[in-house]
Design a protein around this ligand. Structure first.
Ligand code: MG
Ligand code: MG
Length: 272
């Protein structure tokens, strides 16, 4: 059942969603080769706790860490350990914050050191596809309009693989609410979008095939062909007017741009 939020609830949610962006920015400012994924996780977890939040993912269905950290060919749901970041890696961080009764949930993929141009393109296009989807997140449209916009841009235009098994979702008092928000589908299909819905829109886009495999660790999802995968996620409220993006990449992008150890540059044709 879809949970529609009041305007007051949306403002409480916005606070949780913005805190996720700030947690991302805290780690984006210091990410570099030589760090371990556990160090990355610990920066995120400390930031969330210091700001009165609870990491949404920690212990969620038994998930072993505060942050989902998925390296290179890992699509999502990787978890931290003693892996050392090196130049050429991409690292997707998916961060959730629970505060004042509501969750925020946002993902971003970072590039460490020198990264091939084709990988930078994957990141750029995945992020752009998120905004293509958000543009369709309007009252009166349907879930399939969002899904189709993402699929058309990534699969048709660039030939990338759109992961089928993992999808976006409603967000609110629960981390995963109805409806599901796939990154593929037909225009005009699925649930109708109405004011007060909050959707976590999260394209998970593979450079190669769309197929994924599940590691025996019980969590990590990898691309079947072991080519890289990127993940960007915003929380979006449906309004009577333009989509209201509750999460923010502004501080993340500023931190990223100011960090000389990250390859990704906003002077390379990126969108907001
Ligand atoms: Mg997420
Ligand atoms: Mg999500």
């Amino acid at each position: 059942m879809i949970q529609y939020k009041t305007k007051e609830e949306i403002e409480v949610m916005r606070h949780s969603c913005l805190l996720v962006g700030k947690a991302h920015a805290a780690v984006a400012a210091v990410l570099k080769d030589g760090m371990t994924t556990m160090q990355v996780n610990n920066i995120v977890e400390s930031f969330i706790l210091d700001h009165g939040g609870i990491p949404s993912f920690k212990n969620y269905n038994g998930f072993p860490a505060a942050t989902c950290i998925s390296m290179n060919e890992a699509v999502v749901h990787g978890f931290p350990g003693d892996h050392v970041l090196k130049s050429g890696d991409i690292i997707s961080l998916d961060i959730g914050v629970y505060k004042n009764g509501f969750h925020g949930d946002s993902a971003y993929t970072y590039a460490i050191g020198e990264v091939p141009a084709e990988v930078k393109q994957l990141l750029r296009v995945t992020k752009e596809s998120l905004y293509k989807g958000i543009e369709k997140a309007r009252a009166g449209n349907r879930i399939g309009d969002i899904a189709n916009a993402i699929q058309e841009y990534t699969e048709k235009k660039y030939g990338y693989g759109v992961v089928r098994e993992l999808v976006g979702h409603g967000l609110g008092r629960s981390l995963h609410e109805d409806p599901q928000v796939p990154n593929y589908g037909k225009k005009g299909s699925g649930a109708k979008l109405k004011e007060g819905m909050v959707l976590a829109i999260e394209p998970m886009i593979n450079m190669g095939v769309k197929d994924v495999i599940h590691l025996k660790d019980g969590w990590t999802v990898l691309t079947k062909d072991r080519k890289p995968s990127a993940h960007f996620e915003h929380d979006v409220c449906i309004t009577k007017g333009d989509p209201d993006i509750l999460s923010s990449f502004v501080e993340i992008e500023a931190a990223e741009k100011g960090n000389g150890n990250l390859a990704w540059s906003y002077d390379e044709g990126n969108v907001k």
